[in-house]
Ligand binder design. Structure first.
Ligand SMILES: [Zn+2]
Length: 217
């Protein structure tokens, strides 16, 4: 078995299609603590879970090639994507054909690559990273929070106050690495995202308060 394992996953929430799509990748065997990658795909016309799955696959393969990895086993819980990558299913959806073509071309640049389906529970790290990818749906506003809010960490949570404002929002880390916020936008969100939660994730996501290496493309 190759020493590098790459897990990939896509999310399209709260509906597929018609939701917000994000992707996540988890790589073992490259860095001691593993490498997580994620990003936001978008929402609206043409955005599906399968588009998110292929975006994960392509982004992960591009990362491996940049790291000059020669050999890898790629694992995902999308039977469709795995069987398409193995040539067992034909690719018929017009929006998937270019993605499949790109993923296949990238795979061929590796000296050795295999694609293997795994059950969802074995893909939980890539799934979690795809949830982190949803934070990038509000990236601009989250970076504005980081630049312009007073932020302090106290009693196990981040507290955020807009400059000149009285109201303080409290952003609490969850066990899985995501964040909950007590602001109205988070309470209304169907994907557990607000600019404060995303700002907190960007703080830890860039390695400030975390043990796992978290790089983002
Ligand atoms: Zn919030």
């Amino acid at each position: 078995m190759p020493s590098v394992l790459m897990y990939f996953d896509g999310a399209c929430l709260p509906r597929n299609p018609g939701g917000h799509a994000a992707w996540g990748v988890w790589i073992e065997g490259l860095e001691p603590d593993g490498v997580g990658l994620c990003g936001y795909v978008g929402h609206g016309n043409g955005i599906t879970n399968n588009v998110a799955e292929y975006t994960a696959l392509i982004s992960g393969l591009e990362y491996l090639l940049r790291q000059e990895v020669r050999s890898c086993e790629v694992r995902g819980d999308s039977e469709l994507a795995i069987k398409q990558m193995n040539g067992e299913y034909r690719v018929k959806a017009p929006n998937i054909i270019p993605l499949w073509t790109t993923a296949t071309a990238l795979g061929r640049q590796l000296a050795r690559v295999s694609f293997r389906w795994v059950p969802r529970k074995q893909n939980s790290q890539a799934d979690l990273w795809s949830r982190f990818g949803l934070y990038y749906s509000v990236e601009d506003r989250a970076r504005d929070v980081l630049a312009n809010y007073d932020i302090w960490f106290e009693a196990g949570a981040y507290h955020m106050r807009g400059l000149g404002k009285d109201r303080v929002w409290t952003v609490s880390p969850q066990k899985d690495g995501r964040f909950r916020c007590d602001c109205p936008a988070f309470q209304r969100s169907s994907i557990d995202v607000c600019k404060h939660a995303a700002a907190a994730w960007l703080l830890v996501g860039e390695g400030k308060k975390t043990e796992k290496k978290r790089c983002v493309v």
